[in-house]
Design a protein around this ligand. Structure first.
Ligand code: RIB
Ligand code: CA
Length: 312
């Protein structure tokens, strides 16, 4: 089967690393590039983490540095500090991925200019790089098939009561993406809090006896430690946020989605960064987003199992 051409923009990040394992281990995607955003950590650290996890995966996909900070505010990093420890594991393979000097938005433009078919963009961090690309290369929007993102929420947030981290870090960038006219799929907290992995699942990743299985298990255990408040709400499970974006691309049938009009609040004192999802079509505006709000958890875990098993 022909592989689907994609560009992945991410801010590794524990769950970004799991997303990359799913993307490359599935063997169904032609990853044209990985571009790196700042969010979970500063650009220096997310870029280094991206290089390390891609070296573990054993891919030669090109990696490009992105923005150091959001479009029009200071960078807020998440409490994903422990993510660095996993990426500093001494047994990690030598870094083989050679970083490029072309900035992320220019790299996206080069790939789309050369593309003979439309390319899907997957985003699992703040949307600064993608907004910069859309603003600087509006003529290339037609070469994008869809933007599939992890971010936002219909009725919940994790940075403020209603704003999710990726959208909260750069609301102006998020607004540019949702208003761009490019079709969007949004995997927000409503669905990622159902994409749960439990300790019994995690142990099975260690049975593969490959390095990637051990690292994946460590990443998920650190995720659980990172968000104890969510783990309690999630009956002891850990939300696999970023893998949802790739999983939707690989098998949309395991998700439940609804076509909605979505915009992003950039001004509100209490609501800056909120994805305003018109779930009940109150505004009668043309839907611009497929909003995912449920997932077959076991099917998602099975996809991740099979992908990680395929890796070194
Ligand atoms: O809110 C969850 C999102 O914020 C995930 O993408 C995680 O990696 C962090 O970037
Ligand atoms: Ca992320």
């Amino acid at each position: 089967m022909e592989k689907l051409p994609v560009i992945i923009d991410c801010d590794p990040g524990l769950d970004d690393a799991l997303m990359l394992m799913l993307a490359f281990g599935s063997d169904q995607l032609d990853v044209k590039a990985v571009t790196v955003s700042a969010g979970n950590q500063t650009q220096d650290k997310t870029f280094t983490n991206a290089i390390k996890i891609l070296s573990l995966i054993g891919t030669n996909a090109p990696v490009f540095r992105g923005a150091e900070k959001p479009l029009s505010c200071e960078l807020i990093i998440s409490n994903d500090m422990p993510g660095e420890m996993v990426f500093n594991e001494p047994s990690f393979p030598a870094v083989t991925t050679v970083p490029n000097t072309i900035p992320a938005a220019a790299a996206m433009a080069g790939i789309l200019e050369e593309a003979t078919k439309k390319v899907t963009i997957v985003a699992t961090g703040p949307l600064t790089n993608i907004a910069t690309f859309l603003s600087n290369y509006p003529n290339l929007k037609v070469k994008i098939e869809r933007i599939v993102l992890m971010g936002g929420g219909i009725f919940r947030g994790n940075m403020t009561p209603l704003a999710e981290f990726n959208m909260y870090v750069d609301p102006e960038a998020a607004a540019i993406v949702f208003r761009s006219g490019v079709p969007v799929t949004m995997c927000g907290l409503d669905v990622t809090h159902k994409a749960l992995v439990f300790p019994r699942d995690i142990e099975l990743f260690r049975t593969f006896k490959n390095k990637s299985g051990e690292v994946a298990a460590s990443l998920m255990e650190l995720l659980a430690k990172n968000y104890p408040e969510q783990t309690a709400e999630l009956q002891g499970g850990t939300a696999l946020h970023d893998p949802c974006a790739i999983a939707w691309l690989l098998n949309p049938g395991i998700f439940t989605t609804k076509a909605c009009y979505v915009d992003v609040e950039t001004k509100g004192e209490l609501t800056r960064g909120v994805t305003v999802v018109d779930f009940y079509d109150v505004l009668h505006r043309e839907p611009n987003t497929m909003v995912a709000y449920d997932v077959d958890r076991l099917a998602l875990i099975d996809m991740l199992f099979n992908a990680v098993r395929n890796l070194p």
